[in-house]
Design a protein around this ligand. Structure first.
Ligand code: GLU
Length: 506
């Protein structure tokens, strides 16, 4: 038996990838890398009715942005190509035939209309109709019909489906790495459709056949697939194949913990639930993405890794390599994890502060260019280093630093009222004269000169500095004043003081 770790992420291209899906891909990736195994991307597009153009490309681009790489995929190819189920279409029939031949599956000819009627009749009695061990004996299938009639119908091209024959009175025993032993009674299961006469397998058949053929060792997927596990385990038994090991990941919950995190929660509370922006080709609606909202991919990945898994220590900041080193399925919890939009911003802040000033400056200068502002690299780097502690995103740097690049044209009314007294213009004129005598406009020189002047004259530190800030910034905000003056330079400092003096009340 092949003992190497081989895992797969198997999305259906039915729309954008939800962050819960990204987390599933991430845990698969961490597990594969940790065990020197292989990571496979398989596109499960057998349900043609739910196919959405662009979704496959979106999934591939999202995972690449996150730094989740595949050893085998629709793009990279690999020993088990093709990796898109619609391109493997012809190979599933033989497996459906095999199950029929071994008595594990049967043909059913009930039309959609007939089944709908049964559903309605059951509903009228406040019950639900299921095709299962108790109803199948009254329905139109190869269990109740004579063999020659079945052959005749198939020969005539009558539409049929192949259903799995759930064994009667058995307990299906399953082992899940996260949940432990799970047992269900076979009576609670229904005879799911595996294959249709249009030549398409359903998810269940294609998924099991491909996991087997692709030699998948561990199936790591969302908890929403747990109800399918008994059928999957029975399918492996019916084929006589060794089943992979299973790990069903807990749900990502709404911030208040009540139910599964949905796109609507994101809209309501103002955070993205998709990694990249998604433009819905059907509705034309655009949904925001983490990338476009200014998140760093490593911050996003770090945040997702800790939603469901914990390292068993206080450490919160992990690079991808550190995550690979620390990850284990045993430390994934059973309970759902609440998504926390504020903590997500906190992670971005941590990564922003950790970035070098020069690389942040590079990102911020693109932002400045878009605003039509030109400045030199050295200045931008200094500005970024002064304000980065105050922001979560590169785009927020502007709000904390615009006054480095623009002379104020307005002065905050509230601050004027509070800080601009009758004696202030005189004070500012005198201060401008002092500043004009300083040649090296360095923060320490400026601090020292202002301090000496204030002390010698017995002025109030607050009265001087608050008014000066109003003239230089236009508001009561910004970093240390000497730092601001050193960056904008002597000429601009004096210009701003004189401009303010002529604009504000004398
Ligand atoms: N195609 C399924 C999905 O969209 C895959 C489930 C599984 O991993 O088995 O999530």
């Amino acid at each position: 038996m092949n003992t190497s770790v081989r895992v797969r992420f198997a999305p259906s291209p039915t729309g954008p990838l939800h962050i819960g899906g990204v987390r599933t891909a991430l845990y698969n990736y961490l597990f594969a890398r940790k065990h020197d195994g292989s990571m496979i991307l398989r596109i499960e597009d057998t349900d043609q009715g739910r196919f959405v153009p662009g979704a496959e490309q979106y999934i591939i681009e999202s995972l690449a942005w996150c730094g989740i790489h595949f050893d085998e995929s629709v793009v990279a190819g690999g020993p088990h190509a093709p990796y898109r189920q619609s391109d493997r279409k012809t190979l599933y029939k033989q497996f459906s035939d095999k199950l029929i031949a071994s008595g594990h599956a049967y043909y059913a000819f009930d039309t959609p209309e007939e089944l709908e009627e049964l559903r309605k009749a059951a509903e009228a009695e406040k019950q639900t109709f299921t095709y299962n061990t108790s109803t199948r004996k009254q329905l139109r299938n190869s269990l109740t019909m004579a063999a020659d009639e079945v052959d005749k119908l198939i020969g005539e091209g009558t539409a049929f489906v192949v259903r799995f024959l759930i064994p009667e009175n058995t307990e299906v025993i399953m082992e899940d790495i996260i949940r432990g032993k799970v047992v269900v009674k076979s009576e609670t299961l229904d005879d799911k459709v595996l294959y249709k006469s249009d030549g398409m397998p359903t998810y269940h058949l294609a998924n099991i056949v491909d996991d087997h053929l692709m030699e998948i060792s561990h199936v790591i997927r969302g908890e929403e697939w747990l109800p399918s596990l008994p059928l999957h385990v029975l399918l492996y038994q019916a084929f006589g194949w060794d089943a992979p090991q299973f790990a069903h990941l807990p749900l990502l919950l709404k911030p208040d913990g009540n139910g599964k995190l949905s796109k609507r929660d994101g809209d309501r509370l103002g955070f993205p639930v998709f990694p990249l922006q998604w433009n819905d080709p059907k509705t034309g609606e655009t949904s925001s993405g983490y990338r476009e909202s200014g998140y760093f991919p490593d911050a996003f990945v770090n945040m997702l890794a800790l939603l469901g898994w914990n390292p068993g220590t206080e450490q919160e900041i992990f690079s991808m390599d550190e995550l690979i080193g620390a990850f284990s399925l045993e430390r994934v919890g059973k309970a759902g994890s609440k998504f926390d939009p504020e903590k997500t911003k906190w992670f971005n802040h941590q990564y922003l502060v950790k970035r070098s000033d020069s690389s942040l400056a590079e990102d911020f200068s693109i932002f400045l260019q878009e605003k039509g502002i030109t400045s030199d690299n050295e200045t931008i780097t200094k500005v970024v280093s002064l304000v980065k502690e105050r922001v979560n995103f590169v785009k927020e740097i502007w709000n904390e630093s615009y006054f480095f690049f623009e002379t104020p044209t307005e002065y905050d009314d509230q601050v004027v009222k509070k800080r601009w007294k009758a004696e202030t213009p005189g004070l500012m004129r005198a201060l401008a004269e002092i500043l004009a005598t300083i040649d090296a406009f360095e923060p320490s020189n400026l601090d020292e000169a202002i301090k000496v002047w204030i002390e010698t004259n017995g002025y109030g530190m607050g009265a001087v500095m608050n008014a000066l800030r109003l003239l230089l910034v236009g508001a009561a905000k910004g970093p240390h004043l000497a730092d601001i003056m050193a960056i904008i330079g002597k000429d601009e400092t004096l210009k701003r003081i004189s401009k303010g003096l002529s604009s504000l009340p004398q």
